[in-house]
Ligand binder design. Sequence first.
Ligand code: ADP
Ligand code: MG
Length: 361
Amino acid sequence: MKDTIESLRFRLTKRFGTKTVLRDFALEIRGKQFVTFLGPSGCGKSTALNIIAGLIPATDGEVWIDGERIDGLPPEKRGFGMVFQNYALFPHMTVFGNIAFGLQLQRRPADEIRRRVREMLELVQLPGFEDRYPGQLSGGQQQRIAIARALVLHPRLMLLDEPLSNLDAKLRIEMRAEIKRLHANLGLTSIYVTHDQVEALSLSDWVVVMRDGVLIQAGPPQEIHDQPANVFVADFMGFRNFFPARITAIGREPAVEAAANRMTLCGRTRHRFAAGAAAVAAIRPDDVVIGGEEGRPNTFPGTVDIVEYLGREDEAIVRLESGARLWVRTEARVKPGEAVRITLAPDRVIFLPADEAGGTA
Ligand SMILES: Nc1ncnc2c1ncn2[C@@H]1O[C@H](COP(=O)(O)OP(=O)(O)O)[C@@H](O)[C@H]1O
Ligand SMILES: [Mg+2]
């Protein structure tokens, strides 16, 4: 079996009893890509990964690698590596035993096993750890061992299920860089499951946003971040301000104008609205600027309501004269009760479909 793949293609439906957990969840992944499944807890990410790994069967669907249908193969015949949130190391075995386990099953010669385990420990930056037991290691070290155990078998596909969720914030950032480095240096193809948007954006070539077992939006990180397809994805990507709006004018694509809360808002959209259509205007707190000239587009007067100190920045709620409340992140120091003008950069205001289904796929 080759160490690399050209493509992985699947379509999965999974039911547990009467509950449908994956509904025609379909995707094609190219070799060497880093793909994340991103979505809230319970949306079916682990179920999808476990079906691809062969740990559980799909109710309906197919998994293909390079033109070969593999969903009938047992996990050990798929040539995949798996890393789980809870590390899943064998506690009664040394680090050496844990990493060597798969090679021993393959009846590799002892000197080859020793060499490959040593190489893996260097790769995950834990040289000389052969004789330790998992219980003697920190969480981050255990996760490195779990990664080494998967990599030592030269997997043609790496499947990682929230591998960093049990680590503290600082270590998580370190290990994130580590995983990215290994993926690139070893030319791996990886699927990574997470509910953390920052992890998904920073690691992936391709982000797949899921909700309730359905693929909602898939694309490069920047596209998911800047052009979420609907309110669900926007909310996940850090948009905090949502206003019901009605499209009043459609300019040169993607510019549109809308009425929202008695304001006229200029923004952009990738959705095909008809004039008069209902929409939702969305903007991130950090794209609201304190200041602006009266009468300029997207500049509105308001009053600062609440201010939270976040160190370098403040987070504030500004109540606009129109009645709308706006979350703002700013380095301009503002005080509660202060009269301000705010400006929403037109390329940062996006208009999303008003009905939730509108942005699907
Ligand atoms: N073995 C099972 N039996 C019944 N329901 C399950 C089983 N495994 C998962 N589920 C349900 O399937 C849904 C998706 O679970 P999961 O794939 O673990 O979500 P995620 O990894 O996105 O948090 C959840 O509602 C979960 O309760
Ligand atoms: Mg899960």
